[in-house]
Design a protein around this ligand. Structure first.
Ligand SMILES: N[C@@H](CCC(=O)N[C@@H](CS)C(=O)NCC(=O)O)C(=O)O
Length: 203
């Protein structure tokens, strides 16, 4: 049985969304997004940094949301929701899948740290402003890529669980400008998927 170690409003939502989308049976360990749960000895034994998501599957334990998405698609969907390596879309699939953690999330992490996590007296407006500009810039090519498409590579794919979730979070943080109409429509489209709604509403 798959077991997802989860906390609300986190990247673990990507994995929950995928499990719901595929209709796979799973057990959920729903922790508080708080050091008392995430930095407990019990959770550090699963993830050395005390982070989420972590997935267990029949003796296998894996962390890193992208690795988990890929693992589930290969093991439990026979490579579905992802183009074959000889298809025209394969390179773009990999590119957008990895662009999420590589280029979008670092700025988003900084924004969350300087708006939510740090106590007010330790927040830095300069660092925050720079991260907001970097995030907006990183989203511009995503907005262009979505021109005329419903999802990142046209068809709904594993890349959407990664970057689509980040676009949703970026929009909530006010970093998707009104001119980014393709991302706005994409976030709306994702937000209407029942599996996404279930994942995002799990508190
Ligand atoms: N690159 C990792 C990032 C994992 C990560 O930083 N998760 C955050 C939640 S979105 C976390 O657990 N934060 C708790 C903490 O930093 O204490 C992934 O994609 O899984």
């Amino acid at each position: 049985m798959l077991k997802l170690h989860f906390a609300p409003n986190s990247r673990a939502g990507r994995v929950l969304w995928l499990l719901e989308e595929l209709g796979l049976p799973y057990e959920l360990n729903n922790m508080a997004f708080h050091p008392k749960d995430l930095k407990s000895d019990e959770h550090r034994a699963r993830h050395p940094l005390g982070r989420v998501p972590v997935l267990e599957d029949d003796g296998v334990q894996i962390w890193e949301s992208g690795a988990i998405i890929d693992y589930i698609l290969e093991r439990h969907k026979n490579g579905g929701l992802k183009p074959n390596s000889d298809s025209d879309n394969f390179a773009k699939y990999l590119q957008w899948f990895h662009y999420c953690e590589g280029m979008v999330m670092p700025s988003m992490n900084t924004i969350v740290v300087h708006t939510i996590i740090l106590p007010e007296e330790r927040r830095d407006e300069t660092v925050l402003g720079q991260a907001q500009r970097l995030l907006t810039r990183a989203l511009e090519p995503v907005n262009e890529a979505l021109e005329g498409k419903d999802y990142l590579i046209g068809d709904f794919s594993g890349a959407d669980f990664m970057l689509g979730h980040s676009c949703f979070m970026s929009n909530n943080l006010g970093c998707v400008s009104d001119e980014m109409t393709n991302i706005k429509a994409y976030v709306q489209r994702i937000s209407e998927r029942p599996a996404f709604i279930k994942a995002i509403q799990t508190k």
